[in-house]
Write a protein that binds this ligand. Structure first.
Ligand code: FES
Length: 167
């Protein structure tokens, strides 16, 4: 017989440690997966959201278009409504973000009687030209962002924002 015999005490220690480890892993894995799963989920980038607006109805006058999408924030899902100022510029459909580049208020087309052909931010008097270019001498230091757009089945679809390509 070898001198490396395992004592009854050692055998029980090894066995209980092994079984305990399996049980702990069995309990921890689902918790770990629950904690990190939302982070590991694959999220589609560049999705377009349908609006009710027919492309044929878009005019040269900027019109506010609201669109709603489902936002998943980790375990919480909610409906979010955003808006865009949409108009036609020749063959191109333009959709500008209404978020003022000063401090984030919402701009309105023709929001000021003194400047009826501009976007106007009521918070601090920020002004933008029709293409989103900020008017020098007013608080915003950059142009309005632009949404990516596409037409599908005659309707306007709105995608992600990007830096203004019109100015
Ligand atoms: S937030 Fe628009 S001008 Fe200040």
């Amino acid at each position: 017989m070898s001198n490396n015999r395992v004592s009854r005490r050692q055998f029980l220690n090894y066995t209980l440690t092994g079984v305990g480890g399996f049980m702990a892993a069995g309990m921890l894995m689902p918790m770990l997966r629950f904690a990190v799963d939302p982070v590991l989920q694959k999220h589609e980038g560049g999705d377009y959201i349908p609006t009710d607006l027919k492309v044929a109805d878009i005019t040269e006058e900027p019109t506010r278009v609201d669109f709603t999408f489902e936002q998943v924030d980790a375990w919480y899902t909610s409906d979010v409504t955003n808006s865009a100022w949409v108009y036609r510029d020749g063959d191109q459909i333009v959709a500008l973000s209404p978020v003022c580049k000063h401090l984030g208020c919402t701009v309105n087309w023709a929001g000021s009687e003194e400047h009826p052909h501009e976007f106007y931010c009521p918070c601090h008097g920020g002004r933008y030209e029709k293409n989103g270019q900020n008017v020098k001498g007013t608080p915003p230091l950059g142009p309005l962002d632009e949404y990516q757009v596409k037409e599908q089945d005659g309707l306007l679809y709105i995608g992600q924002t990007r830096p203004n390509t019109l100015v």
